[in-house]
Design a protein around this ligand. Sequence first.
Ligand code: FPP
Length: 238
Amino acid sequence: MIDNNEKKCRHLAVIMDGNGRWAKAQGKPRTAGHMVGADNVRTIAIAAAEMGVEYLTLYAFSTENWKRSKDEVSYLMKLPAIFFKKYMKEFLDRGFRIRIIGEMDDLPESTAAVLKEAETESEKNTGLSLNIAMNYGSHREILLAAKAYAEDYKNGSAGDLDEELFESYLMTKDMPPVDLLIRTSGEMRISNYLLWQIAYAELEFVPESWPEFTPEVLRRCLEEFRQRDRRFGGVKNV
Ligand code: FPP
């Protein structure tokens, strides 16, 4: 028996890996891979929306990515400004809502300002929720949620903790859980990404690097997702 709610991928998360290796293989600097990768965010966001995805959460910069070279970090911090200058108008026309997850306070001021502006400009939109994870790490997210809850409990503004209440302290509050997590470029790791939110997600690891991840590959992934038998810990089809 097919339950449409279980078969629909409402929330897709992607670890966009392999930009650097893709660029190197073409004899280009790693940053050239990130530029092509950013352009591919537009392509895949449009394709995902057309394929019925409602929330697309992309890992653009992790709390661990600060360890990269100064030049690469500085490029990745400039990329949101380039990206939104190029595509924001189109995103607004398409009704996309931009949301940022991650610790914005630790980003360069100009980067945080661009991201906040994209959120504000699109906050009333009801189309695809395009969520950019920037300076995001799941351990930090859970820790911050625990601290915020403890504070609210102490001052009497929060009651006993349950899963639903805890989720309201996460950076993904108001979003459904992740249905499908895709990692590109052949690595099979989660890398501190959305650990709470992927509890019952399907996982797919594809060999293509992020710049090679086309709408056709996305279609294949969603098709594979629909073939999976999601049991959410229960027993079915016996
Ligand atoms: C992972 O490793 C990728 C990143 C750290 C950056 C991903 C960023 C983008 C695709 C640009 C998105 C930008 C915006 C503003 C939406 P890697 O690609 O360095 O992989 P590798 O070194 O393992 O090949």
